[in-house]
Design a protein around this ligand. Structure first.
Ligand SMILES: [Zn+2]
Length: 144
């Protein structure tokens, strides 16, 4: 196997990260849809080749913790099972961040920013999931 250049289109199937939350392993698999690997998409659930458990499609932004780091993996599992496996999504910001209404640029209906910081503890994950539940993507089991 050899690496394709980042973002290069039309070079066959891209590989996507899947994480098994049972044995804390990451595998790369081809998926049928192509496109950016870090934007929200259906979360495919496949059988883990190592332990037979469920492995979940992850954003390419996902960085696997060390296998021994059970606390970090618990956070990964909470976010992933909630439908938020590190996809890059945007959140709306209040227009007030632009200042006084009279000084706002014309035609601005809304602004947003990319959600950049991911939770590192289970307590943070709970807050994050409560806040971004509406951004969650559905889990879809894929039989291979
Ligand atoms: Zn596994």
């Amino acid at each position: 196997m050899h690496d394709h250049q980042r973002g290069q289109p039309g070079t066959g199937q891209q590989l996507t990260k899947f994480a098994c939350l049972d044995c804390c392993s990451v595998f790369k698999r081809a998926v049928t849809d192509v496109g950016k690997r870090n934007v929200p998409r259906l979360i495919e659930v496949r059988r883990c080749p190592a332990c037979g458990g469920d492995m979940y499609l992850m954003s390419s932004d996902f960085r696997a913790p060390r296998k021994q780091d059970a606390k970090a993996w618990a956070v990964v599992a909470a976010l992933t099972r909630a439908g938020l496996p590190y996809f890059r999504f945007r959140e709306a910001l209040p227009l007030s961040v632009l200042g006084h209404p009279g000084r706002r640029p014309k035609g601005v209906l809304g602004i947003s920013s990319t959600v950049g910081r991911w939770p590192e503890t289970l307590a943070e994950a709970d807050d994050f999931i409560a806040r971004y539940r509406h951004q969650a993507m559905p889990l879809v089991r894929v039989d291979e």
